[in-house]
Design a protein around this ligand. Structure first.
Ligand code: FES
Length: 146
């Protein structure tokens, strides 16, 4: 990502100067399986952004788009996907939002679920912490009969 340039006026000379903005854009990423959120720098892929924060959530493997462990399904949000192995993600899957987290860069707030080989381990970990992934949906109250 190319840094933005901002015009600022020098206090001493009154002339215009340009300063580069080096802070990269960050976006909120929501992991549906665990209910966790993290922020990911736009310059980092979804997996790396999570690792930089020392967070767990999306399973980590080769980090290069070759093993498929970090497969996720994007529910919402915009992103840039780089080339990924067709052995791991078919063209149909990719078109429907199933991608490899290590090959995807956020371009807005995103919501995703882990669907790769390690999803069961992730969900077991969440259940151990007390969160429930399969909590029953409360039934709608019955309508009173007229
Ligand atoms: S970590 Fe191996 S494909 Fe992403």
């Amino acid at each position: 990502m190319k840094p933005d340039r901002f015009a600022i006026q020098s206090e001493q000379s009154g002339s215009m100067m340009y300063q580069e903005e080096t802070m990269a854009q960050k976006y909120l990423i929501h992991i549906g399986n665990s209910g966790e959120d993290y922020t990911c720098d736009a310059e980092l892929n979804l997996l790396r952004g999570m690792e930089v924060l020392g967070r767990r959530g999306i399973p980590v493997g080769c980090r290069g788009g070759g093993c498929g462990i970090c497969k996720v399904a994007i529910q919402s949000g915009s992103y840039e996907a780089r080339k990924m192995s067709r052995d791991c993600v078919s063209a149909e899957e990719e078109a429907s939002g199933v991608v490899l987290a290590c090959r995807v860069f956020p371009r807005g707030e995103m919501s995703l679920t882990v669907v790769g080989k390690m999803v069961k381990a992730l969900e077991r970990g969440v259940e151990k912490k007390g969160a429930s992934l399969d909590a029953p949906v409360p039934a709608m109250p019955a309508r009173p009969a007229n």
